[in-house]
Design a protein around this ligand. Structure first.
Ligand code: NAP
Length: 536
């Protein structure tokens, strides 16, 4: 089958859903191609126990429709995956968007046609499409990565990456379960299943800093109040660096006493969500001494919560400071280690030798398992692009262009790849701020841009190389000021399970200058008639 559309959107996740809504409203002939068999993206795939928002639910939902805001009741401050998927389906049904979506349509290749000014897309099932414009919503954490241990195929129990957690219920009771990985995902799974399984073995390579989510239900009355304040809530998110409601601390770190700092941290530790980062003293992100003091404070909290001092020490990161990698938020995570059935296997002391038929063998012993949960992370931000064969002007492949790290114009387009727009692309604020807030901004920008292109009658646009270079320099300049520049997490593109992304990797994947500055820059670009873009 072969079809032509004016615009093709890649992905029916949070980005693609809003993007198709805006394109349909513009009256453009547009469809969404989605690899999965249904919509939802992240919230369709990640069905593992404990999966939930760590953004406040009412800052995560779409802001574009008053009616939608009035109709939806968020039941918890940090809503869980099943509810989040229900929300996205509700949105799609409400605006009748499903008829613009094609499922089980994984795009494998995209080839730019310089004569016709169209993209040729090839889908895994053999279907082909052409489109004048392609808008990508492929997600930033949508390419899961597995470890490469010997014998992984020999294991006879159940084993899957958290991203591929089955739709059918997975029995936990009475089973010996291993969880490999202690990032945001592993931490959610471990805390959720600790009291459900017979034995839980946590295979930890490096610990992460983690702080309480402080979740709670949202009553009908509270929801009425939230609805009455939505304008204010979204305006506040737009005004803060990280796109959350938490306002940064205005006092300077070194101007207050250690006792005053501790009092502030005590309050933040009890505050829901990312307050402990977003409302902290900004110095903790770039001043080593300030970060050390903060890290020591959190280490103290871990020591208070974990009864066995030796286990507590293993759970305290020694190789990186607080908030220099993505901060996982937890609910009773540390208390899980006080249970008799939960065992921490420190892989830095006893590395994995191999998987066996029965489980995992470390240098110390074999752990027999019925289920092995691989919470081993993602090929972040560029992974979804790397698995497609994208060929732009002159046959240049995107894999080649981004081989040493991505280079983009505001994360919205990339030189050499005409008529291709990215919502939440590399070097935007999507990976560095409250994700859906960044997405809505990205979709609004892309929609305004496409309206401009269509009205002007242009059939080709491309980011200018000089403009892209300038943006790249700004991205690097900001990241280099922060302590996280040395982190070995996905923020800097580190993933030893992906060839070329291991030790020594530093990639500039996101813009860390904050949501307001980013919005100001991209809005100025639009207001000035897109000087960084060439039209034909
Ligand atoms: P991650 O943060 O990259 O963590 C992967 C974990 O797997 C790390 O602990 C890593 O250890 C370990 N690992 C990787 N390869 C291994 C190997 N070969 N042997 C042993 N351990 C190995 O991935 P994630 O936890 O899936 O989280 C990714 C991102 O998804 C988060 O940062 C967040 O942005 C998002 N997320 C959000 C939520 C939410 O609440 N909304 C929940 C989950 C995830 P090392 O540290 O030693 O590499």
């Amino acid at each position: 089958m072969s079809q032509h559309h004016e615009v093709i959107v890649l992905g029916a996740g949070v980005s693609g859903i809003y993007q198709i809504k805006r394109l349909v409203d513009l009256g453009l002939d547009a469809i969404v191609l989605e690899a999965d068999e249904d919509l939802g993206g992240t919230w369709y795939r990640n069905r593992y126990p404990g999966c939930r928002f760590d953004s406040e639910s009412y800052t995560y939902g779409y802001s574009f429709s008053r009616e939608l805001l009035d109709e939806w009741h968020w039941k918890e401050r940090f809503s869980s995956q099943p509810e989040n998927l229900r929300y996205l389906r509700f949105v799609v049904d409400k605006f009748d968007l499903r008829r613009h979506m094609r499922f089980e349509a994984r795009v494998e290749a995209m080839l730019w046609d310089e004569d016709e000014h169209v993209w040729h897309l090839r889908v895994a099932n053999g279907d082909t499409y052409t489109a004048r414009f392609v808008v990508s919503g492929v997600g930033v954490l949508s390419t899961p990565t597995l470890p490469h241990y010997e014998g992984m195929d020999d294991f006879e129990g159940d084993a899957f990456h958290t991203y591929w957690w089955p739709k059918e219920p997975v029995p936990l009771e009475g089973r010996r379960v291993g969880v490999m990985g202690t990032g945001a995902t592993g931490i959610q799974v471990i805390a959720e299943i600790a009291d459900q399984v017979e034995e839980l073995f946590v295979f930890q390579r490096r610990p992460n800093w983690s702080t309480p989510l402080n979740n709670s239900p949202i009553s009908e009355e509270e929801m009425v109040d939230i609805r009455s304040r939505y304008d204010e809530i979204f305006a506040d998110c737009a005004s803060t660096h990280a796109g959350f409601l938490h306002l940064p601390e205005s006092r300077r770190f070194w101007d207050v006493t250690p006792e005053e700092r501790k009092a502030h941290w005590d309050a933040l530790y009890a505050t829901p969500g990312f307050a402990i980062m977003a409302a902290n003293f900004p110095e903790i992100f770039y001043d080593e001494a300030a970060n050390r003091e903060m890290s020591e404070y959190i280490a103290g909290r871990i020591r208070e919560r974990v009864k066995d001092p030796a286990t507590a020490e293993k759970l305290i990161p020694k190789d990186h400071g607080f908030a220099t990698q993505r901060l996982p938020l937890e609910t009773h995570y540390y208390e899980a280690y006080n249970r008799d059935n939960v065992h921490l296997v420190d892989l830095s002391e006893t590395p994995v030798e191999r998987f066996t038929r029965k489980g995992i063998r470390t240098t110390e012993r074999e752990y027999e398992l019925d289920l092995c949960v691989l919470a081993t992370g993602f090929d972040a931000i560029t992974g979804a692009w790397d698995r497609m064969d994208v060929r732009g002007a002159g046959g240049l492949t995107l894999r080649e262009k981004w081989g040493d790290g991505p280079s983009t114009y505001f994360g919205l387009m990339t030189h050499g790849f005409p008529n291709l727009l990215m919502v939440a692309g590399p070097q935007s604020v999507s990976g560095s701020t409250n994700f859906p807030r960044a997405i809505e901004g990205g979709v609004d920008w892309v929609t305004r841009f496409l309206e401009h292109v269509v009205k002007s009658g242009s059939t080709r646009f491309e980011a200018r190389a000089e403009a892209e270079k300038e943006w790249g320099e700004e991205v690097v300049r900001v990241q280099e000021q922060m302590l996280m520049r040395r982190s070995r997490g996905w923020f800097t593109g580190y993933n030893a399970n992906v060839e070329g992304h291991g030790e020594g990797t530093i990639r500039y994947l996101a813009y860390w200058g904050g949501a307001p500055r980013y919005t100001e820059r991209v809005t100025r670009e639009a207001d000035e008639g897109y000087p960084g873009v060439e039209f034909a």
